[in-house]
Design a protein around this ligand. Structure first.
Ligand code: FES
Length: 151
C-alpha cells in the first residue's frame, strides 16, 4: 500500500486517511475501542462510510491518536454544532494507555521537550514508541509491526 492520502465520503462528511501518519494503534477497528462496521483493514475499501451514522464516525475519528484520520463536512448545511470538528478539544484528564504489542498512547494536553529543549504541544492523543525501533523516536511510526514487537 502506498502512502498517498485517501478520502471516503457518505455525502455528509468526508473522512481523510493519511497512511504516513497512521501508527497502527488498532483503536479504530478493535471491538473494544473501535467501529469495526466502518473501519476494517481487511476490506477494500477499508473504510465503509455506510457502516454507521455520521455522528458515530466522527466520534471514532476523534479517537485517532495520531490524526491519521480526520474529517470535514461536505457542506456547511450538514454541520451539527453538537459535533466536534477535527480540531478537537483537549482531553480534560490525562490518560496513559499501553497498546498490546504496540505504543504507549497518552491522551491529554501535554508538552513534549526534545533533547535540544524544543517544545511540542499535543492536545489529543500521542503515540510513543515502546519497541525501541521507531525511526521517529520518541513517537511510534508503526515499525513495531515490522519488527514483531510483543509485549
Ligand atoms: S511502538 Fe510503534 S514503532 Fe515502536
Amino acid at each position: 500500500m502506498d502512502d498517498e492520502e485517501r478520502t471516503y465520503t457518505n455525502g455528509e462528511i468526508t473522512v481523510i486517511w493519511q497512511p504516513k501518519e497512521c501508527n497502527h494503534s488498532r483503536i479504530c477497528f478493535e471491538k473494544a475501542t473501535g467501529l469495526p462496521e466502518v473501519f476494517d483493514p481487511k476490506a477494500r475499501p477499508w473504510i465503509n462510510m455506510n457502516g454507521a451514522t455520521t455522528a458515530k464516525i466522527i466520534a471514532q475519528v476523534n479517537k485517532c491518536p495520531t490524526n491519521a484520520l480526520s474529517y470535514f463536512f461536505n457542506s456547511e448545511d450538514d454541520r451539527d454544532d453538537t459535533m466536534k470538528e477535527t480540531d478537537r478539544e483537549p482531553v480534560k484528564e490525562t490518560i496513559v494507555q499501553v497498546m498490546r504489542n504496540g505504543p504507549l498512547i497518552i491522551y491529554g494536553n501535554i508538552k513534549i521537550k526534545d533533547a535540544d529543549g524544543i517544545e511540542t504541544r499535543k492536545t489529543t492523543g500521542t503515540a510513543f514508541c515502546r519497541c525501541g525501533s521507531s525511526k521517529t523516536n520518541p513517537y511510534c511510526d508503526g515499525t513495531h509491526y515490522e519488527v514483531g514487537f510483543k509485549e
